[in-house]
Design a protein around this ligand. Structure first.
Ligand code: TYM
Length: 332
């Protein structure tokens, strides 16, 4: 079986609709046909200042949402990044193969660093994409299912895999980004030309998996649209309406053209009211299941410990091979 691997940061606690539709839904679908590895990148979460208690709590919440969203811990390998030390170990080796200029061109770093002021940004934030490459390459996956915004990071992992292979001999599988086009990007409800993002969006622009359904419905109904009246998918002229149609389509399985036909001659308000129902109906079972899982944190921790043991079995041989190839003296 071919393998896929992916992860989502625990930084916000609740995942948002972009994480859900851009990532989790695809993971769950792929888990049927691929050997799947999913993890919670907590090492990445400290590249910006964090509250220690919150981080631990949010790591559990994130794990609960993976499972509630359909990740099956018996079939997939599900674990927390910091439980598998090989990630940090491989990242060091890859850091030494990454050009300073190459890392400087990563757009997510530039965005995040410019928000903090480049001098205040940590070196960890700078090498974040290299750690991500280590996450990926350790497990030799064929595909990495992510949203469009992570494409550049997956490309870096490909470049590093190829570079390592050509310098030290065939070691890594060169992974492909698996990006679902249609709903690959969900936009901020208040600012529909920017991606929905826990760090950049205002609260009103976000749909969170764990929010109260009333809050969720209200946010859909207050979404920014445009001064026109026609319900039509047109990202240039109608980014707000297009985003609502994309969300509707992804959650209902109806095509965009079908939705346009259904709403021909109707008002924006009709679309919003119906979509609020569709979103609440889709997310409520996920939220309920996540809360159930969180009511027994010890059991959740046991699942994650089992997952970490499985992950180490996959990661350790890759790291051992890398260490030997770069010329480290065997420890034993
Ligand atoms: P993160 O936590 O920002 O996002 C997790 C996943 O959600 C997708 N996503 C979106 N999709 C559609 N619309 C949006 N508005 C939206 N916002 C986020 C992302 O594309 C991603 O698939 N660096 C990664 C985490 C990571 C990782 C990895 C991913 C660390 N190591 C190894 C894959 C493989 C990140 O910050 O994703």
């Amino acid at each position: 079986r071919q393998r896929i691997l992916s992860g989502m940061q625990p930084s916000a606690g609740s995942l948002h609709l972009g994480n859900y539709l851009g990532a989790l839904v695809h993971w769950v679908r792929l888990q049927d046909t691929y050997d799947a590895v999913f993890f919670i990148p907590d090492l990445h979460a400290i590249t910006v200042p964090q509250d220690p208690q919150e981080l631990a709590h949010r790591t559990r919440i994130t794990a609960a949402q993976y499972i509630a969203g359909g990740v099956d811990p018996d079939r997939a390998t599900l674990f927390v990044q910091s439980h598998v030390p090989e990630h940090a170990q491989l990242a060091w080796v890859l850091n030494c193969l990454t050009g300073f200029g190459e890392a400087s061109r990563m757009t997510q770093f530039k965005d995040k660093a410019s928000k903090q002021g480049t001098d205040a940004a940590s070196v960890g934030l700078f090498t974040y994409p290299v750690l991500q490459a280590a996450d990926i390459l350790l497990y030799q996956p064929d595909g990495v299912p992510v949203g469009e915004d992570q494409r550049q990071h997956v490309e870096l992992s490909r470049d590093l895999a190829q570079r390592f292979n050509s310098r030290f001999g065939e070691t890594f599988v060169v992974p492909k980004p698996f990006i679902q086009k249609e709903s690959a990007k969900i936009y901020d409800l208040q600012n529909p030309t920017a991606k929905m993002s826990k760090s950049a969006s205002s609260a009103a622009g976000l749909i969170n998996l764990l929010d109260d359904p009333k809050v969720t419905a209200k946010r859909i109904k207050s979404a920014v649209t445009d001064a026109g009246t026609e319900i039509r998918f047109d990202t240039a002229e109608k980014p707000g309406i297009s985003n609502l149609l994309a969300i509707y389509s992804a959650l209902s399985g109806k095509g965009i053209a079908e939705l346009e036909a259904d709403y021909a001659g109707r008002m924006y308000g009709h679309l919003k009211v119906d979509l609020a129902d569709v979103v609440v109906e889709a997310l409520t079972p996920v939220r309920n299941r996540a809360e159930e899982l969180l009511s027994d944190p010890a059991e959740l921790d046991r699942l994650l410990a089992k997952g970490a043991a499985k992950a180490r079995e996959l990661a350790a041989p890759t790291l051992a091979d890398v260490y030997a190839r770069v010329g480290f003296l065997p420890a034993a």
